[in-house]
Design a protein around this ligand. Sequence first.
Ligand code: PLP
Length: 375
Amino acid sequence: MNFIPYGKQLIEQDDIDVVVETLKSDYLTTGPKVKEFEDALSEYCGAKYCVAVANGTAALHLASLVLLNKGDKVLTTPNSFLATSNSILYVGAKPIFIDIAEDGNIDLDLCEEALKQDSSIKAIYGVAFSGNMLKQEKLKYLRETYNIKILEDSAHAIGAEYNGIKSGSCTNSDISIFSFHPVKHLTTAEGGAITTNSKTVYEKLLALRGHGMYKDSSMEPWFYEMRDLGFNYRITDIQCALGISQLSKLDSFIKRRFNIAKRYDEAFKETPVKPLYTFDGKSSYHLYVVLVDFSKLNITKVDLFNKLREKKIGIQLHYIPINKQPYYKELGYGAENTPNMDKYYQECFSLPMYPLLSDEEQEYVIQTTLEILNG
Ligand SMILES: Cc1ncc(COP(=O)(O)O)c(C=O)c1O
């Protein structure tokens, strides 16, 4: 048995062919494939505009430059990859960590309590953790009632749906972002994208992706003008050609993820392994997260990790609470009242979940995990 990671890309010959074709074309960096990928993404998600960028972190950075001002307070989740709240710090704004709800997402009821107590809070940065979108009716209510900006970090959630609302459609948010890292649903190697329904936001993002430069066809033929301090966060045509090809297969990738999730759900019934949520067709399952109450077992979480890795199963942990990271502690974070996150962190781990995971490999993961837990 080869090593089974927790996530992995699926690259086929047709993906390779389009990359090779692009390498032979006139454009390697920004050419026609970038806009084609952006158009395909906005159509898939049902958002008006899309800007593809170098990676998901760059997407978050640009989004924060557009949505936030220095000193703004932003409610966010401790249960994410570092980049979500780092992007708030990048622009000199202030993350405020809110506890998670049962599904691992930021608790929007607690967000409302915070908003009631402090009218200077400017935004919520939520994460559709593991592929499970934020509760859209609550998001809509908070956005309208408290006049705040909403960012949906949808790095885990392309292809997810919530009562007919597609992830990335920005139906109840100002901006959504995606990552196309190889462990995600579709890959461009490194890569990311931002969706929005605001033309102003879109135009600002486009400029910030390329050094804050603007062109004007009514001016001299060489004219360009820098109005903002932007970056080079461009994605290449080579990557976008791969992205277009991958996006055309996304629904079949997600179907396979659904089958894997349903099988795990079934196999772990009446066992100490509790899925974070059971299959209901909403999550697009970037991750399959489970909870185990180790205090009731004769094995520690560290032992389980080590034993599974000895058996070539690469389980992972998503996530160490961001507010407990040394850098954040230096800034005065770490002592927030987040009992749900603390308990979750004790119990959570992620099992292998990717389209190429075979039925036999999945069975091996299930049986080995249960054998180790049962001692
Ligand atoms: C929730 C979340 N946000 C943002 C990112 C950053 O994406 P990237 O790795 O493409 O920079 C990640 C990446 O793992 C992520 O999981």
